[in-house]
Design a protein around this ligand. Structure first.
Ligand code: SF4
Ligand code: SF3
Length: 560
């Protein structure tokens, strides 16, 4: 195996025996084979489209071939399944590979029927082998199959960013929102990895992935806020009640919403965990009195927190980490959507977007004792774009008067590395005239610090999940307008981003596509950036590695 898609990759180069995340070699190889299969599927779809586009639309551009749209949900699902800490079930990957090959071959038939040929098709578009040999095939079609280091780096940067885009697009799709342009880009990007492209063409695709990530996050933002209302500032309890509970983790708000409906009046309390914390700020979720609080911290602490929670745990998306051998919670762990884990009960999708049936989770929770309380202060959340922009006058006044000297965007992921203490220390070290804007689970490094307020505005503004980094973009653009600044880089905003998995890469590409320069990225730079590609990003975007707390704090405040 060779996997280097996350920040915790072994020796900062690549996991080769077993993932630091716990991913076994077999799972890694099956994921590689699935990616190979969907690349071939996308290439075949693009070929069909080139050969037989749909009828010309009113815009003067041809509509895509009618068979393309039906591939989009599958491509999103397959990509999402390979994100770090999502799916640990080899059987699910085998099923996805089978479906990818069947879909691809059906499209190949359509290519031939339209007068085309698959004779010169790339290997990914034509291979087929007995399932018993899949591990051999998978071992040779992964990352290292691309020989040239820089080509491999750009290809993987694109694929990893597209995984993040697919996850965000899938979240929106669950709420009935899709963007054909986003789905078309996912297909185009996957197909592009089957052919040799110039370095310039590959860079162009990577930058375009950033713009598409902005679109995908915008669609998701609209889906979330239209469905559940705009987040408003909210205090969230981190205590525990005396009734049995269900702990909901991951990013899928619809799963939480459906579970809240199904647990109403049952005597069971529902708690959020990790990236589900922002749910408390959505009016139509917060109205449920049995949504009582947030339990625990960031994803990597779950092996102890799921123990002390005592109740049923529902993982709706990443990050699920393998339970320790001596765990007591696997029998009360449930997965749904893209998530899977051997031994955990999986709650399947319901047909036609109907609510899933969570009765098994509820039944298991009834048999459990209440959670053991954890120490922690209430958390202040709900500072997504609508809420922050409603404070725009106060914010602009604070900037104009000099009461706020700097905004520091500290969005992204948390992780296990001790080096991430940097983010806690930086948040504490920033002077009183700096406001931190955050989103994603990175916030758990500092969201229990008492950072105070400036003119009534909290010094820590939590916009929500990692995908709500879009809110931070909207806030920046609104500030640009309000302060009459020409260039986004002239705003008093610094970016110090923590990354771990592939959605954070999509967010990084989104920021780069908006022209944001001087982003600090840590705790390490991605292993999938070759020296030459890293140098391109550094020279074009002034991307910086994380430094020391005192040095970075001083540089951030001095706009250096
Ligand atoms: Fe290693 Fe990260 Fe890949 Fe897991 S996801 S195998 S830790 S690089
Ligand atoms: Fe976190 Fe896994 Fe990335 Fe959504 S829950 S930010 S790491």
């Amino acid at each position: 195996m060779f996997c280097f898609q996350c920040e915790e990759t072994a020796s900062a180069t690549g996991c080769t025996v077993k993932g630091t995340c716990g991913k076994p070699e077999t799972t890694a190889v099956l994921q590689d084979l699935l990616i190979f299969a969907v690349r071939g599927l996308a290439w075949t779809a693009e070929t069909l489209n080139d050969l037989a586009p749909g009828p010309e639309a009113a815009t003067g551009r041809a509509a895509p071939h009618a068979r393309l749209a039906e591939q989009a949900p599958f491509l999103r699902e397959a990509l999402f399944a390979t994100i770090t800490n999502v799916n640990w079930e080899d059987d699910r990957f085998r099923a996805l590979i089978t479906e990818a090959l069947d879909r691809r071959d059906a499209l190949a038939e359509a290519v031939r029927a339209a007068g085309g040929s698959m004779d010169a098709a790339p290997e990914a578009a034509v291979w087929r082998a007995p399932e018993a040999t899949w591990l051999d095939t998978g071992a040779h079609v992964g990352v290292l199959a691309t020989q040239d280091e820089d080509q491999r780096s750009l290809r993987e940067l694109l694929l990893i960013g597209v995984k993040g885009i697919a996850a965000y697009a899938q979240h929106a799709a669950v709420l009935g929102r899709t963007d054909p342009q986003v789905d078309a880009f996912i297909r185009e990007a996957l197909a592009s990895t089957c052919i040799a492209l110039s370095r310039e063409a590959m860079i162009e695709l990577v930058l375009r992935a950033g713009s598409v990530a902005v679109s995908a996050m915008a669609v998701l933002d609209a889906a979330n806020t239209d469905t559940y209302g705009h987040p408003t500032m909210t205090r969230v309890s981190t205590g525990a009640g005396d009734r049995p509970g269900i702990l909901v983790s991951g990013h899928d708000l619809k799963d939480l919403a459906d579970l809240l409906e199904q647990t109403a009046g049952t005597g069971i309390d529902v708690y959020t965990h990790g990236e589900m914390l922002p749910a408390h700020a959505y009016p139509s979720l917060a109205r449920h009195r049995h949504l009582v609080g947030n339990y625990g911290g960031a994803w990597w602490q779950q092996t102890t927190e799921f123990e002390s929670f005592h109740g049923a745990v529902l993982m709706t998306t990443n990050c699920l980490v393998p339970p320790r051998r001596a765990n007591t919670y696997l029998s009360r762990l449930f997965t749904t959507g893209s998530v899977g884990y051997p031994g955990a009960v999986h709650i399947p999708d319901a047909p036609d977007g109907a609510a899933k049936d969570f009765s098994a989770v509820i039944e298991r929770a009834r048999q459990c004792p209440p959670p053991q309380a954890l120490e922690g202060p209430d958390l202040s959340i709900g500072f997504a774009h609508n809420q922050v922009l409603s404070l725009a006058d106060q914010v602009v006044e604070a900037v104009s008067s000099g009461a706020v000297r700097r905004f520091v965007v500290m969005a992204g992921c948390d992780g296990r590395h001790k080096a991430r203490q940097y983010y806690t220390d930086l948040a504490a070290a920033l002077p009183d005239d700096a406001i931190i804007l955050t989103a994603g689970c990175a916030k758990y490094r500092y969201n229990s610090l008492d950072l105070g307020t400036i003119g009534g505005v909290p010094r820590l503004l939590d916009a929500g999940q990692c995908n709500d980094s879009y809110s931070l973009v909207k806030i920046a653009l609104a500030l640009k307008e309000a302060l009459g600044v020409e260039d986004i880089n002239d705003l008093p905003i610094a970016y110090d981003i923590a990354w771990y998995e592939q959605k954070a890469v999509a967010v990084l590409l989104a920021l780069l596509s908006l022209g944001v320069k001087g982003i600090r990225l840590g705790p390490t730079l991605p292993a999938f950036l070759s020296p030459a590609v890293a140098e391109t990003l550094v020279s074009t975007f002034d991307l910086k590695p994380m430094g020391t707390v005192s040095g970075d704090c001083a540089a951030i405040m001095a706009d250096a």
